[in-house]
Design a protein around this ligand. Structure first.
Ligand code: MIC
Ligand code: SF4
Length: 642
């Protein structure tokens, strides 16, 4: 039977399960990646499993999210990550080497491989035909221990690209267009597989911008074929031997299709506060811009920044507009420096930041009060920039550079003819010697911890009946940034669950933590697409620490749902979405936990209202995990029985 790309890779890695959409498939995982903010937990969990060495083909630990080292906590985390990597056979990428997804694309991602990463933008590697998925830290830890990764078999959507980009339209505009068409939940349960004649015109870094931001569609992942463009990328990266041709079969079938004529696109933005609020730059022309920020795992490639340098060359940005530039990796930075492209940016007034996530996760670079910030990033959730009333627009590097030059939204077309699309230089400098390769035998390596690295707590198994109260009611599209904000102070506590739990929902309802503490636990009620965005499992671990036993919502985002299961929180959905209106904050309810069956319905009794029907989409295994109080308990119990 002819197969599409997604089916080919899934089939080749399938341990159990059928490839019918919606059924559970367990996949062998070739590669894993972690970053510092999620990595400390992932390695603590890996250590708790007692496995002597990682069992993947390749596992890499990147330090890119929090590199500020304000106080001992953050550098202690880095030291822990370095030593735990050496101990268990993981490649370590030190702070400042680059952003995990950019580095992984340049150095390690391979066509046809499976990759899971404890970061929601892991699908970036889909730009070279790798099946790459974001996951919670515990799922990544299990994959490092050699366990399969289970997903619900996605539908495969063929995104058929015709024509070529013209004028100032960029790869970012393709994904902003798609987000406008499909919305932040349009990709749920789906893989976005790119095909059609337009694919050949897109370079790997352009493809990676698109697969990166496919995460914002809620998609399981996004993937491009591995073709001649991919071959030339691997050649430039000095690893042509790792290239493999990987195409969908000609008459492969797809579950759905979306068509885009690239030649019709123009510069777009996503307006505050969601990546799917699509507008054209022309519509916003003249609106004042306080800050432009260029970088992040979405748009920090050599080609992106070279174009920006060419636009800024010989010009001066508006002095009232701050321009921040973060290259995606030291390789990108070295190439720009070698070609004399840093100086034009600095001379024009830009500020050069370290090769890290930086302002994208609110690590500095916050806009002024109610300021307008135009960012080449992938998320513009309210408050994520570190300024609660900041107005963040997402755009291409070209648009962001133009806004900095003019101090207001300006169609880049007014700059003139766009600079030619940059090609890699003949010699691309390798930075691979900066990665710390683990010793062949790490068993003697001492893992160094610090006082902020707090061991995992043991969670109790679920009771038969739950007498509880609704401790918080929230609306649709709640992100994990709402549940647990980022920024330097809070992110420094990622390896300390009791401490970080103090910030759960702190920006949504400042009284939430004290209220749920007083009540001794409770449940959360939410709307559609609950838990979209970041993969941070702390958004499940923190609530669990505070006694959240269940979330009752209209629908859930994939990674957060998995994190809830991993930490023993019941994900329940309304059978009648209208019941959302009836279940108010403060309501007392009785949940007959013992009578929950996989995929079944239960009636919870709500004081003063009566019965409310809820359902779950849990598999037998997932339900057993929740009943044991979480995945670690479940795995331990299984090991005891073996
Ligand atoms: C993000 O972009 O939100 C992050 C920060 O990279 C997260 C991971 C985290 O919270 O540590 C993600 O995307 O998964
Ligand atoms: Fe880092 Fe931002 Fe990318 Fe997340 S989205 S990995 S914070 S650059």
């Amino acid at each position: 039977m002819p197969q599409n790309l997604t089916q080919k890779i899934i089939d080749a890695h399938r341990i159990t399960g059928e490839m019918t959409p919606g059924s559970e498939v367990a996949l062998r995982i070739d590669q894993t990646l972690t970053q510092d903010a999620t990595g400390t937990m992932a390695y603590l969990q890996f250590e708790a499993m007692g496995v002597p060495r990682v069992r993947t083909e390749l596992s890499v630990s990147y330090v890119d999210h929090n590199t500020l080292q304000m106080g001992f906590r953050n550098p202690d985390d880095h030291r822990y990550l370095r030593t735990v990597a050496a101990r268990y056979g993981v490649v370590y990428s030190p702070a400042g080497t680059g952003i995990c997804h950019q580095l992984h694309l340049e150095n390690f991602a391979r066509p046809g491989r499976t990759l899971i990463g404890s970061d929601s933008h892991t699908p970036t590697a889909g730009g070279v035909g790798c099946l790459a998925m974001g996951a919670g830290g515990l799922s990544v830890a299990l994959a490092m221990a050699g366990e399969p990764y289970t997903i619900s078999m996605p539908k495969v959507v063929r995104i058929w690209l015709e024509g070529e980009l013209t004028g100032w339209a960029a790869a970012k505009d393709i994904i902003l267009h798609l987000l406008g068409e499909l919305s932040v939940k349009g990709g749920v349960g789906r893989v976005m597989e790119f095909a059609g004649p337009g694919v050949a015109s897109l370079s790997v870094p352009e493809r990676a911008t698109i697969t990166n931001m496919g995460a914002e569609l809620g998609a399981t992942t996004s993937i491009f074929p591995s073709d001649e463009q991919t071959r030339s990328f691997f050649k430039a990266m000095g690893r042509e031997d790792e290239f493999e041709l990987l195409l969908a079969d000609e008459d492969a079938e797809y579950d759905e299709e979306v068509r885009i004529d690239l030649s019709t696109l123009e510069p777009l933005v996503a307006a505050p506060h969601m990546p799917d609020v699509r507008m054209t730059v022309r519509e916003l022309a003249g609106k004042k811009v306080d800050q432009s920020a260029i970088g992040s795992c979405t748009n920090s490639s050599y080609a992106d920044l070279k174009t920006v340098a060419q636009m800024l060359d010989g010009q001066r940005i508006k002095p009232e507009t701050d321009l921040l530039v973060s290259p995606g990796s030291k390789q990108v930075l070295n190439m720009l420096a070698a070609e004399g492209l840093i100086s034009p940016m600095l001379t024009a007034g830009a500020r050069l930041l370290e090769c890290t996530c930086g302002p994208c996760i609110g690590m500095g670079g916050s806009p002024v009060s109610s300021g307008v910030s135009v960012r080449t990033f992938n998320r513009n959730f309210e408050g994520r920039s570190g300024t609660q009333d900041g107005q963040v627009y997402l755009a291409s590097p070209q648009t962001a550079a133009m806004c900095a030059l003019k101090g207001e939204f300006t169609d880049p077309a007014t700059w003139g003819e766009p600079p030619a699309k940059p090609e890699f230089p003949a010699e691309v400098p390798s930075i691979r010697h900066l990665f710390l390769m683990p010793p062949a035998d790490g068993s003697e390596v001492e893992v160094l911890r610090g006082p902020n690295i707090v061991p995992l707590e043991n969670f109790e198994a679920l009771t038969e009946t739950l007498e509880t109260t609704v401790q918080l009611k929230v609306a649709d599209n709640i992100t994990t940034d709402h549940i647990l904000p980022a920024g330097p102070q809070i992110t420094a506590l990622r390896s300390n669950i009791p401490a970080i739990s103090e910030y759960i929902y702190s920006r949504v309802d400042a009284d939430f933590v004290s209220r749920i503490r007083e009540a001794g636990g409770g449940v959360i009620v939410g709307g559609e697409n609950y838990g979209q965005g970041s993969s941070r499992e702390h958004a499940a671990l923190g609530p669990r620490h505070l006694g959240v036993a269940a979330v009752i919502v209209k629908s859930l985002a994939r990674i957060h749902r998995a994190n809830l299961v991993n930490f023993g929180i019941l994900p329940l959905t309304f059978v009648n979405p209208g019941d959302y209106e009836r279940l108010e904050q403060g309501a007392a309810l009785t949940v007959p936990v013992g009578s929950i069956t996989p995929g079944g319905e239960i009636e919870v009794q709500v004081a003063g209202i009566g019965g409310v029907l809820l359902q779950n989409d849990l598999t037998e295994n997932e339900l057993a995990i929740i009943q044991s109080g979480g995945l670690l308990n479940f795995v331990r119990a299984q090991a005891d029985h073996a």
